[in-house]
Design a binder for this molecule. Structure first.
Ligand code: MCA
Ligand code: AMP
Length: 481
């Protein structure tokens, strides 16, 4: 396959590629650093990347892709249980991290290579096929621990080129964002995207509205964010005319990973004159649809299928829905070169995820407007929670809560939250009703075992959990106050 990043050799060496705070790399420097690291990891089966929001993460992933080695980005805030699962599941040969980063004991036995962003070496041309894995990204399901989605090089190339078409995204664009680098949104779209175009990205380290305004005032042309970030922008706008002015200068504002409420769309448009473009994707499918830069913006929709992506809605029994009436709800299924290959070590889950003729079952429910625009109206599984744009399975949090000595029974639900979209709520039957474990202790317990974004934001204490005759917890009876 041709190079995923032709600009590494084709762009002028002094052209800006990456900037994280005060630190930056040109294409020449990035190619040299990635080349030096690629020479050290070539031939490794898989490499884990300690995916802090820093230059080292981008260099490490680029080096792996140039070496033809699959990279597994790790959330640096993952707890011991989550990390232990991921490492034993994907068995990386080495972990790549910034010098000075302290790694937790779960990584103790793994060989480590410090990423040197100033090293220089020739860029290897990987002998790989399009179907070889580029990334393994861990994603939550309704039950059990996260699954590793194996994303081939072909899917990365295809999705980024399809987005370039939909967004008129070129090497002249300068992207700004503050997304985490261990998921598809921040890593594939937010780092690999600009580099495939030969453009540049400025990462904020952490999202702030001030950082967004500063970069848009200083030449950034595009902003990527999850709805929580756009909600925070919408909240800040009335008090911050400078932010409104800066957003007004952007060529494109893109939201994804969860639904952006129409109210936030409207507030941003009213204050800035800009329309936020929504796109819809998944770890397993990369990007499926988008409102096009040259298309009619329509708040509340995720636009139309991207070039090369087949999309259909199906009834409960799998019958395709052919009417685009804006009313008939069906599950979204997709097919195309943007799809992942498999869930690592989980042939059962992989088989269940696809129909016999290769359509991927997304679990998202939608309607289509008469002109084909897709509107997502919900999700099939109530046990998947989207909080801050992160997908979180109720089951893995329940299992973690049950490992706390003070918890006899646990159920986890999501409830609406203006900032996070949904917040995680735990329903607990304490082992000792006289001294139930405090909510903060349970939140810390989950944060330490899994990840901070998976911690319950609210805890309810019950005498018993409502169960049906089969003993199954009736989550609908757990009503929020
Ligand atoms: C709080 N913190 C704690 C605890 N409580 N740490 C440990 N233990 C605790 N008990 C810390 C948090 O780690 C965080 O630290 C800080 O306190 C505040 O946390 P929190 O309130 O949870 O969140 P936030 O910082 O306000 O984050 C909101 C956010 C974030 C910035 C919007 O949720 C986010 O980055 N979301 C992006 C998700 C994403 O990229 N999803 C893409 C996947 P610190 O501040 O130091 O971290 S979906 C995808 O990829 C598909 C393909 C798609 O379509 O895009
Ligand atoms: P993840 O598995 O973390 O990659 O999350 C993928 C899920 O995020 C999808 O299945 C959708 O439920 C949701 N999602 C992504 N983008 C959007 C969007 N623009 N609107 C609504 N939901 C979205």
């Amino acid at each position: 396959m041709s190079s995923l990043f032709p600009a590494l050799t084709g762009a002028p060496a002094e052209r800006a590629a990456l900037r994280f705070g005060e630190r930056s790399l040109t294409y020449g420097e990035l190619g040299a650093a990635a080349g030096a690291l690629a020479a050290r990891i070539g031939g490794a089966g898989r490499v884990a990347v300690w995916a802090t929001p820093a230059l080292e993460t981008a260099v490490a992933v680029l080096a792996a892709l140039q070496a033809g080695v699959a990279a597994v980005p790790l959330n640096p805030k993952s707890g011991e249980k989550e990390l232990g699962h991921i490492l034993s599941d994907c068995a990386p040969q080495v972990v790549l991290a910034a010098a000075g980063d302290e790694l937790p004991s779960a990584l103790g036995d793994l060989a480590r290579i410090d990423v040197d962003v100033q090293a220089t070496g020739p860029l290897p041309t990987p002998s790989v096929s399009d179907e070889d894995p580029a990334l393994i990204v861990y994603t939550s399901g309704t039950t059990g621990p996260p699954k590793g989605a194996v994303i081939p090089r072909r899917a990365v190339a295809h999705t980024l080129d399809a987005l370039a078409d939909a967004w008129q995204w070129t090497g002249e664009d300068v992207l700004v964002h503050g997304l985490p680098l261990f998921h598809v949104h921040g890593l594939v779209l937010g780092i690999l995207g600009p580099l495939r175009r030969g453009g540049s990205v400025r990462h904020l380290g952490r999202f702030t509205t001030e950082g967004v305004a500063r970069e848009l005032n200083d030449g950034a042309t595009m902003l990527f964010g999850v709805p929580t970030m756009y909600h925070r922008i919408a909240q800040a706008l009335p008090e911050d005319p400078g932010l409104a002015q800066a957003l007004g200068k952007a060529r494109l504002l893109v939201s994804g990973s969860a639904a952006l409420p129409v109210h936030d769309h409207e507030r941003i448009t009213a204050a800035t004159g800009q329309r936020v473009v929504e796109r819809y994707g998944m770890t397993e499918t990369l990007m499926n649809t988008s409102v096009r830069a040259d298309g009619e913006p329509r708040a509340g929709t995720v636009g139309v299928p991207l070039p090369g992506v087949e999309l259909r809605l199906v009834e409960e029994d799998g019958t395709p829905i052919t009417s685009y009436d804006g009313e008939t709800v069906g599950e979204i299924q997709v097919r195309g070169p943007n799809l992942f290959t498999e869930y690592l070590n989980r042939p059962d889950a992989t088989t269940a995820a696809f129909t016999q003729d290769g359509w991927f079952r997304t679990g998202d429910m939608a309607v289509r407007d008469p002109d084909g625009y897709v509107r997502i109206v919900g999700r099939k599984a109530t046990d998947l929670i989207k909080s801050g744009g992160y997908k979180i399975g109720a089951g893995e949090i329940e299992n973690a809560l049950l490992e706390h000595a003070g918890v006899r029974e646990a159920a986890v639900t999501g409830e609406p939250d203006a900032d996070l979209g949904e917040r995680i709520v735990a329903w607990i039957v304490p082992a000792d009703p006289q001294s139930p474990p405090p909510a903060e202790e349970l939140a810390n317990h989950v944060a330490a075992r899994l990840a901070p974004h998976k911690r319950p934001r609210k805890v309810h204490y019950l005498d018993v959990l409502p169960r049906n005759d089969m003993g199954k917890i009736m989550k609908r009876a757990l009503t929020h106050d």
